[in-house]
Design a protein around this ligand. Structure first.
Ligand SMILES: NC(=O)c1ccc[n+]([C@@H]2O[C@H](COP(=O)([O-])OP(=O)(O)OC[C@H]3O[C@@H](n4cnc5c(N)ncnc54)[C@H](O)[C@@H]3O)[C@@H](O)[C@H]2O)c1
Length: 425
């Protein structure tokens, strides 16, 4: 993106954030005084935390709404690096539960490997902290935990935002409204996906210190958490995305970024059934697939095709951002995106009855700061008008975990809405 586009988006994002703030404060009881800063604890100080910290610093500069007060990581050099970057001393921990016990911490950003998200989010909600939790909501083997987090977040007065930052893109909210208004008629089929080149493991996650050993500066057991106990390996620690104990490949690493929007646009909840295919087709050093496709059927009689690979980056449709643009087909026409516009293409039958092509300008693109802003505003005002809240995260995570269950079992995964359980048959 060129700097002009970025500035334009930033400006639009700021205006949108202001509009959000105005809406939220009109309808909510403030949970904290308007001049009080919310103290933020960062759990996991690796690559992704830099984006969280950058957004929080921008918010702190703009309106002093937040202040980073504490850090937690199981690897001391990362804590030290983050303190150096922030440029001032703050409370540091190697156990997230100790950070949660700090009364200065009102809210936490979780950016640890996938298998810790659910537990840390649950602990934070129980401790009365607002949670910004990176995607995926949980590791692929933790469906029961995802359910528990969703229920805890629904019951808690705290704000839970999942880090699917593309939910800050107005296109998806505008498209949801167009679908709800009946422009395309009854939705029947949709497609979305992500194509990228890169393994995000061996090449994407360097081993920072090949001689490092577990000890007081690297808590290996704490890194393992509920994953199978194994002797220490630097590769597992630094390049955890390659291993199925801690990651799942595109289905959990990337697809929350596209399926969350699709579920939001279609207004569906839990799937009825899911099939999946793919494998390790390009990067044999990984344990997790690099290519993964899913077909998801919803009880509302809508099929969603979710396609992707980390072996090629051509998007095939549209050219906006690095994701394959979504297409939603209804009985009367289709909705998709071309650059900065939402496009409606009437179906042949509907065109005969007078439906014409239409274009709608997209109000603003996605911006990490907007999602963070939305979370902070909700925490501050005691509202739950979250763009990537726990319910949506739970519907998305369930479909993705059904995909993983179907893939691993080489079968179809079914969802039982009464028991709220996944089965494979
Ligand atoms: N939203 C996005 O676009 C996006 C982008 C990148 C990463 N992510 C997500 O962020 C998460 C972190 O990814 P990353 O790239 O920063 O990984 P990373 O390995 O760079 O950082 C993870 C950090 O967590 C620490 N850690 C491990 N176990 C811990 C524990 N029990 N308690 C506290 N700290 C612990 C590690 O020492 C490390 O410093 C992943 O779940 C990933 O899916 C999201």
């Amino acid at each position: 993106m060129n700097p002009q586009d970025m500035n334009r988006r930033r400006f639009i994002a700021t205006s949108a954030a202001a509009a959000w703030a105005a809406n939220a404060s009109a309808t909510a009881q403030p949970a904290k005084g308007p001049n009080d800063r919310l103290g933020v604890g960062i759990i996991g100080c690796g690559g992704r935390s830099a984006a969280h910290i950058g957004a929080l610093q921008e918010l702190a500069e703009r309106d002093k709404s937040v202040e980073i007060v504490a850090l937690c990581d199981v690897y001391r050099p990362r804590l030290q690096k983050t303190i150096e970057k922030l440029g001032h001393p703050l409370d540091t921990y190697m156990d997230h539960r100790e950070l949660l016990a700090n009364p200065k911490v009102d809210m936490v950003c979780i950016a640890t490997p996938d298998h810790h998200h659910g537990y840390q989010a649950l602990d934070a909600l129980k401790a009365g902290k607002h949670v910004y939790c990176e995607k995926p909501m949980t590791h692929w083997r933790q469906f029961a935990l995802a359910k528990e987090v969703a229920k805890a977040a629904a019951a808690s007065p705290c704000a839970f935002q999942l880090g699917a930052q593309r939910m800050s893109d107005s296109a998806f909210h505008q498209m949801r409204k167009l679908v709800q208004d009946g422009l395309i008629g009854q939705p029947i089929h949709a497609e979305c996906g992500i194509f990228r080149t890169g393994d995000w493991g061996e090449r994407g996650m360097p081993i920072e210190d090949p001689n490092v050993q577990p000890g007081p500066d690297l808590l290996w057991d704490a890194f393992l958490g509920d994953a199978p106990k194994r002797p220490f390996e630097a590769s597992r620690f630094f390049r955890w995305r390659m291993y199925e104990d801690y990651a799942g490949g595109p289905v959990t690493d990337l697809y929350p970024h596209v399926l969350t929007q699709m579920i939001h646009m279609l207004g569906v909840k839990m799937p009825s059934k899911v099939v999946a295919s793919g494998g390790i087709y390009r990067y044999p050093e990984r344990e997790v697939p690099d290519t993964f496709n899913m077909l998801i059927d919803y009880p509302e009689k809508i099929s969603v095709a979710l396609l992707g690979s980390q072996g090629n980056s051509y998007q095939a449709t549209g050219n906006r951002d690095d994701i394959r643009v979504p297409v939603i087909r209804g009985w009367d026409g289709a909705l998709t995106i071309e650059k900065e516009e939402i496009v409606f293409i009437p179906d042949d039958e509907a065109a005969k009855t007078g439906k014409t092509p239409q274009r709608f300008p997209i109000e603003h693109g996605y911006n990490m700061l907007l999602l963070m802003r939305n979370w902070v505003d909700c925490a501050r005002n005691g509202t739950k008008a979250l763009d990537s809240g726990s319910e949506l995260a739970y519907y998305t995570q369930t479909a993705l975990l059904m995909g993983m269950a179907a893939f691993r079992g080489n079968r179809t995964a079914f969802f039982d809405p009464e028991k709220e359980e996944i089965s494979v048959g």
